[in-house]
Design a protein around this ligand. Structure first.
Ligand SMILES: C[S@@+](CC[C@H](N)C(=O)[O-])C[C@H]1O[C@@H](n2cnc3c(N)ncnc32)[C@H](O)[C@@H]1O
Length: 368
């Protein structure tokens, strides 16, 4: 950018200035001549004498100001630029190969015909199995259960089993969110609203426990803890963090290893938004395993770390990343949370509440 642009001088002012300096440049030599579009005035001899050096200096100065010496910081507020600014950075775990892609690739690898099937929000594990049955009549239901279950497990293991960066593990002082507290403080506040103040002496079930790295700080206080996850590899990591917990491979939709009415608290943190997750069926299972009067807390992620392309932390982004996007959306996080609350009500849970106080996640909870 040149100095005129930097100062913001309009083009018509620059043009006028150009004409004036050219006229002054010519005046000592051709004063009084009429060029049609402009006339060169004649000046008294002593002024003409001064103009012989002042005018060239002015003209050179005029030209120098055209040299583009200033750096351009133009911000294009076009849709894709705004998107880039709000996207999680390109090396984030949320931008690795998508879970639906890994699942479909794994099914192809097993020679399953998935012709045209799209795994999008709203498509759950049962929908996928039904579609695969239609396209692969030769496969038994048991075989399809196994293949789809294995593909889903493979995807979650590759994306989430090994510990990676996590919003909940960053020092809160560095997040730059005013008044923010440790993530588990909000969980304890919400549990208190559900009447649960002593987690030490109750039976707790964590569904989608993952590697337990982020949740250890809370789960360490649970004397009697059972954790369930579809990824055996994630559970191997969890075993190191929580040596006293009972860990079981299984899915939220079918908690077959958990007895009915056996748990006082069912928690499932940042799991109900997962690809192919069947919310309604999982809540049926939650209702079954909870003792009467027991509590349920489900959470949906609502905050991501914002980093620049060099991976340096530069702030936080609020919302949940919709499939196929890289930009977290608060509306999307709320949409899923409200759906969970709706199903909780439908299935007969009491005092269903959507708790939006935590910057980290939205909690949805109730009692049985
Ligand atoms: C984003 S991680 C969250 C882990 C942990 N709860 C936390 O908040 O740090 C989601 C976990 O849910 C598990 N998961 C996804 N779908 C599941 C399902 N239908 N049943 C059980 N676990 C599931 C994944 O394997 C993964 O470990």
């Amino acid at each position: 950018m040149n100095t005129y642009q930097r100062i913001g001088i309009p083009d018509n002012v620059i043009n006028t200035f150009l004409v004036i300096t050219v006229v002054l440049l010519l005046a000592p030599y051709v004063g009084g001549l009429d060029f049609g579009i402009f006339k060169v005035p004649s000046f008294p001899p002593e002024i003409e004498k001064s103009l012989r050096w002042i005018a060239p200096v002015l003209f050179v100065l005029f030209l120098i100001l055209f040299i583009p010496i200033w750096k351009t910081h133009t911000v294009h507020l076009e849709a894709n630029n705004v998107e880039q600014q709000n996207a999680v950075h390109s090396k984030s775990k949320y931008r690795l190969q998508s879970t639906p892609d890994i699942i479909l690739n794994e099914l192809h690898r097993q020679n399953v015909n998935t012709g045209g099937i799209k795994i999008v929000p709203g498509v759950n594990i049962h929908d996928l199995k039904k579609r695969i049955k239609i396209l692969n009549q030769q496969l038994s239901d048991e075989k399809i259960d196994h293949l789809v279950g294995f593909a889903r497990e493979t995807a979650f293991t590759s994306k989430y089993a090994a510990p990676r960066e996590d919003e909940k593990l960053v020092n809160i002082a560095e997040l730059g969110v005013q008044g923010i507290q440790e993530w588990h403080t909000y969980l304890c506040l919400f549990l208190a609203r559900l009447g649960i103040t002593d987690i030490k002496n109750i039976e707790v079930l964590d569904v989608g426990i993952g590697n337990a790295y982020a949740s250890q700080v809370f789960l360490d206080n649970c004397a009697s803890l059972t954790g369930v996850d579809i990824s055996p590899e994630a559970l191997n990591y969890a075993k190191d963090k929580l040596p006293n917990a009972v860990l079981k491979i299984g899915s939220a939709e079918d908690l077959k290893e958990i007895d009915s009415f056996s748990k006082d608290l069912y928690i499932s943190l940042r799991t109900y938004q997962s690809t192919l997750f069947d919310i309604k069926e999982s809540l049926h299972e939650a209702y079954r395993v909870l003792a009467n009067g027991g509590g349920i807390v489900v959470s949906i992620p609502n905050m991501f770390l914002k980093k620049n392309e060099e991976g340096k932390f530069i702030g936080v982004l609020h919302g949940l990343i919709p499939p196929g996007s890289t930009v977290p959306s608060v509306d999307f996080a709320m949409h899923i949370s409200e759906k969970i609350a709706e199903y909780m009500n439908l299935l007969g849970f009491q005092g269903v509440e959507v708790y939006k106080v935590s910057p980290f996640e939205i909690f949805i909870g109730a009692t049985k």
